[in-house]
Design a protein around this ligand. Structure first.
Ligand SMILES: Cc1cc2nc3c(=O)[nH]c(=O)nc-3n(C[C@H](O)[C@H](O)[C@H](O)COP(=O)(O)O)c2cc1C
Length: 205
């Protein structure tokens, strides 16, 4: 598939065929592509905990409460045969930038107004989603609810200092409804891109 087609076809999928696992070579390729993501100082402060088949059931009880019936979102997404839990590692950046070529030996987190460990992990997650699209698979990036962070980390043995940036659900898509958020419409390029200074609409000329 053409690159521009992959970008345009990618849509978050919220309904999966539970009976069709993600072929190993596609999963392997998605993870390999993720490691090609850019990262500040080439710190590569990301990890991916891959849950396949039954293993995905470790994740769901940690994020949902038993007395709440599964809604449509949960029913659709929890059918995904594969979850990739995307984890960032702030220490990898503090360590890397304490090296002589960067020189931030104080490891001061104030130097990081933008948490690039999370940014880079998000970029890696996008490469997983694009690889999935390229192979006609569906994917959804979703966040772990704040109240469930600790339990998910415990159940997956994710070390304390790491951050749960989000989860990519992968699988063959079932016909599902589009995100209601899409009704908001895509922001027009003229309002997103600014020509020379903020507020000057991009004319493309
Ligand atoms: C950082 C981030 C977090 C998101 N979290 C969720 C989520 O928790 N649940 C969900 O269903 N979709 C989530 N989405 C998907 C967005 O709703 C979706 O990307 C947006 O509506 C545009 O639709 P599209 O990606 O299909 O083009 C998230 C997307 C991003 C980038």
């Amino acid at each position: 598939m053409e690159f521009s087609q992959v970008v345009r076809r990618r849509r978050m999928t919220r309904g999966f065929d539970a009976d069709r696992p993600v072929p190993h070579h596609i999963l392997q390729s998605a993870l390999e592509q993720a490691t090609r993501a850019p990262s500040a100082g080439f710190s590569q402060g990301w990890d991916f905990v891959v849950l396949r088949g039954e293993q995905t059931q470790k994740f769901w009880p940690a994020t949902t409460s038993e007395d709440r019936p599964a809604d449509r979102w949960l029913t659709g997404v929890s059918a995904a045969p594969c979850l990739i839990v995307c984890v960032s590692n702030p220490d990898a950046y503090l360590d890397r930038y304490a090296e002589p070529d960067k020189g931030w030996a104080d490891r001061d987190t104030q130097r990081w107004p933008i948490p690039y460990w999370d940014v880079d992990t998000g970029m890696a997650a996008l490469l997983v989603l694009l690889t999935a699209t390229d192979h006609d698979l569906g994917g959804l990036f979703f966040g772990v609810p704040a109240h469930a962070m600790t339990e998910v980390k415990e159940v997956l043995k994710i070390p304390q200092g790491r951050r749960l940036v989000g989860v990519v659900a992968l699988g063959y898509p079932l016909a599902d409804r589009k995100s209601p958020s899409l009704r908001r419409g895509r922001r027009r390029l003229e309002t997103v891109a600014h020509d020379g200074e903020f507020g000057q609409p991009w004319s493309g000329g």
